[in-house]
Design a protein around this ligand. Structure first.
Ligand SMILES: C[S@@+](CC[C@H](N)C(=O)[O-])C[C@H]1O[C@@H](n2cnc3c(N)ncnc32)[C@H](O)[C@@H]1O
Length: 206
C-alpha cells in the first residue's frame, strides 16, 4: 500500500525509528503507540507493518481530548469534540489493521501484560509529570530487548527531564527522538535463575 500519512495533519518525526522497529521485529510482535492525534504517525506505522507482511499487532492509545498545549486548545476539531471522529475517517484505509484504545495512557497500560511489548512509542502530554507517569506505566510492559521511545526530547523540557531521570542509558538517534532499549538478562543471571528454579522447594519449619 502507498503511504498516505503526509495527507494527515500532525507532528510525526519518527519515520526512521518506526521503519527500523518493523524491520527488526520478530514475529509475532506487539507495538503500542501512545498519542495519535489525527492519525499521521499511526497511518505511517500501519502501512509499514502491512507492507512488511509481518505479524505485528499494532495498538494505538489516545483519549482524543488533546492536551493543555496551545496548539491543541486552538484546534478546531478538539474544540468541536471530534478528534476521534477525524482520526477514524483518516485511518479508514487501514482501520482493520489497528486496535484503538480511547482512554488515558496510564489506563491503557494496565491492559497489557508485563514484558509483553516489543515497541512502545510515547507522544502524549509533554509536561514532566505526565511523561514520568507514561514512562513508569509502560516500561514494565516492554520485553527485555524491546524498545521504549518517544518524541519531543529537547523540545519540551519536561520530556527531557523525565527521560533523564527514569531512563539512564537512553539514546537520541535523531532530534527530537529518544529511545531506550530494555536490557536482556545477562547469561550469568539467567544461569543462576535456572539453578534456583530447579532446586527442590524447602518446606518452612512450623
Ligand atoms: C502530540 S499529539 C500526537 C501526535 C501524533 N503522533 C501525530 O502523528 O500527529 C498528542 C496526543 O496525545 C493525546 N494525549 C494527551 N494526553 C494523553 C493521555 N494522558 N492519555 C492518552 N492520550 C493523551 C492527545 O489527545 C493528542 O492526540
Amino acid at each position: 500500500m502507498e503511504h498516505f500519512y503526509t495527507k494527515i495533519e500532525g507532528w510525526f518525526r519518527a519515520a526512521d525509528l518506526y521503519r527500523a522497529m518493523v524491520a527488526e521485529a520478530n514475529e509475532p510482535a506487539c507495538f503500542v503507540e501512545i498519542g495519535a492525534w489525527k492519525g499521521r504517525s499511526t497511518a505511517f506505522m500501519a502501512v509499514e507493518i502491512l507492507n512488511s507482511g509481518k505479524r505485528i499487532d499494532f495498538h494505538v492509545v489516545d483519549w482524543f481530548k488533546g492536551s493543555d498545549e496551545p496548539a491543541h486548545r486552538a484546534d478546531v476539531d478538539v474544540r468541536a469534540g471530534r478528534l476521534a471522529e477525524v482520526f477514524f475517517v483518516n485511518l479508514a484505509p487501514v482501520r482493520d489493521t489497528i486496535t484503538v484504545h480511547a482512554m488515558t495512557s496510564v489506563e491503557a497500560a494496565s491492559l497489557f501484560a508485563d514484558q509483553s511489548l516489543d515497541f512502545v512509542f510515547i507522544d502524549a502530554a509533554h509536561d514532566h509529570a505526565s511523561v514520568r507517569a507514561d514512562i513508569s506505566a509502560w516500561l514494565p510492559k516492554v520485553r527485555p530487548g524491546g524498545v521504549l521511545a518517544g518524541d519531543d526530547y529537547g523540545v519540551f523540557p519536561g520530556v527531557e527531564r523525565a527521560v533523564r531521570e527514569l531512563l539512564p542509558g537512553h539514546a537520541n538517534p535523531a532530534w527530537p527522538i529518544w529511545t531506550y532499549r530494555k536490557a536482556r538478562p545477562s547469561a550469568r543471571n539467567r544461569a543462576s535463575k535456572s539453578i534456583t528454579s530447579t532446586r527442590p522447594r524447602m518446606r518452612s519449619a512450623t
